[in-house]
Write a protein that binds this ligand. Structure first.
Ligand code: SF4
Length: 768
């Protein structure tokens, strides 16, 4: 489908649309038919599969009839959702059957994409990849993976590019929303992967949401939070947030703060805990080490240094930076410091996407470590990802620019192990980290990257500073391959488009937010020539003469073979993975794998078999000294903030109905009708001051671009004065034309929210 055809198609859907409201969490527990007619119950076979439309990791029961997925319901035995599903999950099978589904490979000829046999397209991809490496070296080639890649895809991509070609230029969409979470976990605990698990929700007395609109980002988890409070009158759920959202309306208390003040707030909480002598001194003395410094390694520090550091981070200072009254900061600290209450903190992409995202993650972990509320039922930090494979999964499979499976490219021992497992010469493995996701496109602009293979993602919607990225993708002399289930903004400019199988159309292993692993079978055949990313990568590898790396005859052998290899990278007890047979029998096991089941709370010797009991109640085995880290990393102002020219903060993020760039969810008519397009949400007083009425079209201008968009004051959320919100799923209203590519230097996480804009009122009818 051409660009024009695709836009006409989406416009057609929009013309059908009427805004319909979902419930507060958009939840449903009944069965949804995925077609016009209700399926006959007699011929329906139900199969288990994970939902891949957000990172929560819900389990679904998918009804299959005559080779087609026709119905879906929440799996009552699935531990995450216990029979529920949100509106996306409830319509998940419809994402397979959009009428513009790609079923044939396409190659650009004379400016237009034309259908070709899949084998011919793979020949061309292999030929251009080989020619690029021969002429410009392996670093001129790169692979950009989807945030919902299955581990099969991630592992095979890493093996082909890192082990086969000798470049670490493999990265995924997870870089855009949870790189800082993974870096924060690694810095604090020495290993990626969540410390606690979702079960914490049912044990907590206090749940603190840090700028997480959980009702829309993880609706099923939000339903568990509300159920916990309903079942226990003493439970309190509060938030610290930059705008009032659907989540806010359901909570006990909402503290609104100015964007980018998270470090000031978190340190002020610690200040108060120390001032009130609420720190868990025994825990800290025995299990915590202090570090200071801006770089990843840092330098040694001590508790007394931390106390001195906190002297500059008082609740009054937090009030100045964040606008939260000092008394409210003290109240928040009193919740964490109450020895009688178990406390869970939840945060996600809106916190990670900070110019110092890693530092903010460290600061929030600091609070829990200071009071010893970590790694125990109802006590701990839950760091959520924005992508299904974020916060560890894809990194651990070796699909991040700095990682190998179970290790990092900079460690000689990790490279030696990879060379051994893969059977490649050690010298082929590059010790330098590859290009992170945005840098691949910057490389296209400079000519340093000549071949880029995008899998299942739509970076020309989701990357920041899109004007530059789009120009880079169109630059002559580069070759862009896109594997996708549907036409997207990125396939529009591709040289080759390969039709991709979706998750229910192939076997695989999915990684979820709380270290959860879910194997699933192929339930329905993919349409036409559509195949998995892993299969396409293997086929190209074989054409390059690298077939020995992929001795897997068919897709079933691929899943079994890759998993057996990946387990060899994770033989340490702290990251051990279960055998595939056990994973098949018990979907949803959480690593590290223990003989009698999964691991819910890491590092606590009562719960984690990998922890050494001789260390006491805890063993933070991720660090050589077996101690977790409290980091002394100060509040610093945002890299870009409102000024006289650009007086508004702009925030971006997801909405309930759509995931990512909306590639799948926008093909579901119900979801599309419920949320057909993005708008800019303003505070009513700002709108009045600018003479803007609801429904007016305005122009948003940042230092990087402009965007015409409808203004609303009565929509999903209410930004504070001086702030705006635009949802990021809409390729027709590309908010990322405005956002900056700069971000957290440690993790490479772009700071989408460090974006100052102005609002220009247009004349009626949208004329500027
Ligand atoms: S909450 Fe996420 S994983 Fe669960 S059903 Fe909804 S989209 Fe799927």
């Amino acid at each position: 489908m051409s660009d024009v055809d695709r836009r006409t198609f989406l416009k057609g859907l929009a013309a059908l649309s009427a805004v319909v409201g979902a419930g507060p969490a958009g939840l449903a527990a009944s069965t949804a038919a995925a077609g016009q007619a209700q399926p006959s119950a007699r011929a329906l076979a139900w199969h288990r599969a994970p939902c891949r439309l957000c990172p929560s990791g819900c389990g679904l029961l998918v009804g299959v009839q005559r080779g087609r997925a026709v119905a879906v319901k929440g799996d009552p035995d699935a531990p995450v959702n216990r029979g529920l599903a949100c509106v996306k999950g409830y319509h998940a099978v419809q994402t397979l059957y959009g009428r513009d589904r790609l079923t044939r490979a396409r190659v650009r000829r004379d400016g237009a994409l034309v259908d070709v046999p899949l084998g011919a397209a793979l020949d061309l991809v292999a030929e251009r990849l080989a020619a690029t490496v021969a002429a410009h070296g392996p670093a001129a080639a790169a692979a950009y993976g989807a945030g919902d890649w299955l581990l099969d895809d991630a592992y095979v991509a890493g093996k082909l590019f890192k082990g086969g070609l000798g470049t670490n230029n493999v990265d995924t969409e997870s870089r855009l929303d949870s790189a800082a979470a993974a870096a924060g976990l690694a810095a604090t605990y020495g290993l990626p992967g969540m410390v606690g698990c979702y079960d914490d929700i049912e044990h907590a007395d206090v749940i603190v949401l840090w700028n997480e609109n959980l009702a829309e980002t993880h609706p099923v988890l939000f339903s568990r939070v509300l159920a916990r409070r309903r079942g226990n009158a003493a439970v309190r759920v509060v938030e610290v947030a930059t705008r009032t959202t659907r989540t806010s309306y359901a909570l006990d208390r909402s503290l609104l703060y100015a964007p980018h003040a998270e470090l000031a707030l978190a340190h002020a909480v610690c200040h108060e805990l120390v001032a009130r002598r609420r720190l868990a001194r025994d825990f800290v003395d025995r299990h915590v080490a202090f570090r200071r410094g801006a770089d990843a390694a840092g330098q040694d520090a001590a508790l007394r240094d931390f106390v001195r550091f906190l002297a500059d981070h008082t609740p009054e200072q937090a009030q100045r930076h964040a606008g939260v009254p000092a008394e409210d900061v003290r109240w928040l600290a009193s919740l964490y410091g109450d020895p009688a209450r178990r406390v869970v903190s939840i945060w996600g992409a809106a916190v990670h996407q900070h110019p110092r995202g890693t530092w903010v993650n460290n600061a929030l972990h600091n609070i829990h470590l200071l009071v010893g509320k970590v790694g125990a039922p109802g006590n701990g930090p839950l760091t959520l990802a924005g992508q299904p494979g974020g916060c560890g999964g894809l990194h651990d499979a070796g699909a991040a620019a700095h990682t190998l499976p179970g290790g990092v490219v900079t460690a000689a021992a990790d490279r030696a192990r990879a060379a051994r497992v893969w059977g490649v010469p050690p010298e082929r493995l590059d010790a330098r980290p590859g290009r992170r996701a945005p840098a691949m496109f910057q490389g296209l602009a400079t000519g340093d990257v000549r071949f880029l293979w995008v899998h299942g993602a739509d970076p020309l919607v989701t990357l920041p500073e899109l004007g530059r990225m789009r120009a880079a993708a169109r630059r002559a002399g580069s070759f862009l391959v896109v594997s996708s289930a549907y036409p997207t903004a990125t396939t529009d400019v591709a040289d080759v488009v390969l039709p991709a199988a979706l998750w229910l159309e192939r076997e695989g292993v999915a990684a979820g937010g709380d270290r959860r692993l879910q194997h699933h079978e192929r339930l329905v055949p993919p349409p036409g020539d559509a195949t998995s990313s892993a299969r396409q990568l293997v086929e190209v590898g074989r054409r390059l003469g690298l077939g020995a790396l992929f001795p897997w005859a068919d897709d079933a052998a691929l899943t079994a073979g890759f998993w057996a290899e990946l387990r060899r990278f994770h033989e340490d007890a702290g990251t051990r993975l279960p055998p595939l047979a056990e994973l098949r029998a018990r979907p949803g096991l959480r690593w590290p794998h223990a003989e009698n089941g999964d691991t819910r709370w890491r590092y606590a010797t009562a719960h984690d078999r990998a922890a050494d009991r001789t260390q006491g109640r805890y063993d933070f085995y991720g660090h050589a000294d077996r101690r977790a880290r409290i980091w002394l990393r100060p509040y610093t102002p945002a890299s870009e903030a409102p000024d006289s020219q650009f007086p508004f903060w702009l925030a971006t993020g997801p909405v309930l109905e759509h995931w990512g760039a909306g590639t799948l969810t926008r093909r579901v008519p119900t979801l599309h009708r419920a949320m057909p397009g993005a708008v800019v949400e303003l505070h009513p007083e700002d709108a009045r001051a600018l003479g803007i009425a609801g429904g007016d079209v305005v122009r948003l201008v940042s230092r990087r671009g402009t965007l015409r968009i409808e203004a609303r004051m009565d929509y999903r959320s209410q930004p504070q004065r001086g702030q705006l919100f635009v949802a990021s799923f809409d390729e027709g209203r590309l908010v990322n034309l405005l956002t900056p590519v700069s971000g957290c230097p440690l993790s490479g996480q772009p700071a989408y929210g460090a974006c100052a804009v102005r609002v220009e009122r247009l004349r009626p009818g949208g004329a500027g």
